[in-house]
Design a protein around this ligand. Structure first.
Ligand code: NAP
Length: 498
């Protein structure tokens, strides 16, 4: 059996379930009929829906106790699964909690159906040795397929599942939850026999399920195989990143076997994640908030530009040697130069984090006169001293803006999912000033809207983002990216997300 992407059908009535079944069959060759979702499911309804299918089907009937919807007795539930065999279902899913006797009876009488014996841990991903034991316990019963699904509380839980999948040909395994999404995407790489995708957003049968449209059109799931090189963006809100469409569309166009995914790494998880990154030989990564400085502790080399900037936003893995670079500087300067020259311009940089460092470094190289301000004054002072520029108190923003021709927000203020706020006030702006916000989610931040209203020249964060993606693409793949394609992919993602 080849690797399959399966769409679960979770409709409340038979008619709706048949409609969704037909829709799902346009995208995949395997459907999971979650009959526990169909109100008053009985033999007749089960027979009807199985007759209506044109592709292969798994029949699943989860009880309430395992977060399913089936409210009848255990006897009725097992009976429906037996009937599904009679009605020629291709696969039957039965939970390990159903007990040996019920599982054995189903397996003895399975005829042509394959039985998936499943284990779900909705709370956590247990350690590898526990999951291995669970696999062996199920293996004693199962003749066909084993399904092990566990909730990821950390991105590092996915790697437990990748270890578990090693050298097994009968296992379906992945993590649930937003932190588990990479295991759904990389399922074909690490040998899971199936992954599950929702019919559309809002139709998830489990948390973290990605829609089939995104699986196909963003992650190119049909092209992922054991040789695919994983890449992604490391950040505590990586799911907000706009880079996945840019890189994945370019990988596809150039026939490159890579996949770019959000890598949601919380603040205290980076060390462990970087160990996994090495162990599983991920090819590279973008790095975003809050890891651009700390990541330097876990890599082998920091290149000249990243050293000068003092922050790493790109990692590339060159045969086990992990090198940190910085492409923010190039991206920001290109975005600014679309609208203005920089030589001798008076520029106010707001913020003193990784983004600010890259921009200050670039502006200095372009011979601009830079002033810095930041919420934490000490940070502004030390960064200003490092780069030999002026700094001012954030409380004096009005004055600082008045004395500047270009104003750049490099703080995360205004970034989703945070509140719709601006670090500056509209009344402080004056016509023809150049206002750049490097926040790109949303594109039209409050600050950008204010700038447009005040008749300033506005530069949105997507410009910097698109330009800064060119360098890492080349580092990871050795090929030049198609800028126009990347830009269009980015704009399409923005259009959909806003
Ligand atoms: P960072 O290193 O974590 O720095 C965050 C900065 O924001 C610090 O100066 C911090 O001030 C300030 N800040 C955070 N919350 C604040 C608040 N409520 N009020 C005032 N200041 C606040 O982050 P980063 O990597 O520089 O990224 C910052 C933003 O730029 C993010 O939105 C990121 O997505 C965006 N970005 C965009 C691009 C692009 O290509 N367009 C590239 C890089 C970054 P304190 O020092 O006082 O904490």
């Amino acid at each position: 059996m080849k690797f399959e992407v399966c769409i679960p059908i979770i409709a409340p009535t038979l008619e709706k379930a048949i409609g969704e079944l037909k829709e799902a069959e346009k995208s995949v060759d395997l459907i999971e009929l979650r009959i526990d979702y169909i109100n008053n499911i009985d033999e007749k309804k089960l027979k009807k829906i199985l007759e209506k299918r044109a592709k292969k089907a798994i029949v699943t009937c989860r009880p309430k106790s395992l977060c399913g919807n089936f409210e009848g007795s255990e006897e009725e539930r097992i009976n429906l699964l037996k009937k599904a065999v009679e009605f020629n279902a291709d696969f039957i899913d039965i939970e390990i909690e159903s007990g040996k006797a019920a599982i054995n009876e189903l397996i003895e009488n399975k005829h042509n159906a394959k039985v998936i014996v499943s284990y779900h841990n909705l709370k956590e991903t247990p350690p590898l040795n526990e999951l291995q034991k669970k696999y062996e316990e199920i293996k004693k019963l199962s003749r066909d397929l084993i399904k092990i699904v566990a909730n990821a509380n950390s991105i590092n839980d996915n790697f437990i599942i990748f270890e578990l999948l090693k050298n097994k040909s009968d296992l379906i395994a992945f993590c649930m939850g937003i932190r588990g999404q990479i295991s759904r995407i990389l399922a074909p790489k690490y040998g899971s026999r199936m992954t599950f995708a929702s019919l559309k957003e809002g139709k998830e049968s489990a948390s973290g399920q990605i829609s089939i449209e995104e699986m196909k059109n963003v992650y190119n799931i049909g092209l992922i195989n054991k040789d695919t090189q994983p890449i992604g963006v490391i950040g505590s809100f990586a799911e907000n990143s706009m880079s996945k469409n840019m890189h994945n569309s370019c990988f596809k166009q150039k026939n490159l076997n890579y996949v770019y995914m959000p890598l949601k790494v919380a603040e205290n998880e980076l060390k462990k994640f970087m160990e996994n990154f090495r162990k599983f030989n991920f090819k590279g990564a973008s790095v975003t908030i809050p890891h651009k400085l700390e990541v330097m502790d876990y890599i082998d080399e920091v290149d000249e530009i990243a050293k000068s900037v003092g922050a790493v936003n790109i990692l590339s893995n060159n045969s086990g040697k992990i090198i940190g670079s910085n492409s923010d500087c190039y991206g920001a300067m290109e975005a600014l130069k679309e609208k203005t020259s920089l030589k001798n311009k008076r520029v106010l940089v707001i913020g003193a984090g990784g983004g600010a460092r890259a921009i200050i470094y670039g502006l200095k190289k372009e011979n601009a006169a830079v002033t810095l301000t930041n919420r934490t004054l000490d940070k502004a002072k030390s960064l200003a001293n490092e780069f030999n520029i002026k700094y001012g108190k954030i409380e004096n923003m009005k004055e600082l803006i008045k004395n500047s021709e270009i104003i750049i927000n490099t703080t995360s203020v205004g970034m989703k999912p945070g509140p719709d706020e601006s670090i500056i006030k509209e009344e402080d702006l004056a016509e023809n000033k150049i206002v750049m916000d490097i926040v790109y989610k949303p594109i039209e931040t409050k600050m950008i809207k204010m700038a447009r209203k005040a008749k300033c020249v506005a530069i949105t964060g997507d410009r910097m983002l698109a330009y800064q993606a060119l360098e890492p693409f080349k580092m990871w793949t050795g090929q030049d990216a198609d800028f126009e394609l990347m830009e269009n992919a980015l704009l399409e993602q923005i259009r959909k997300g806003e």
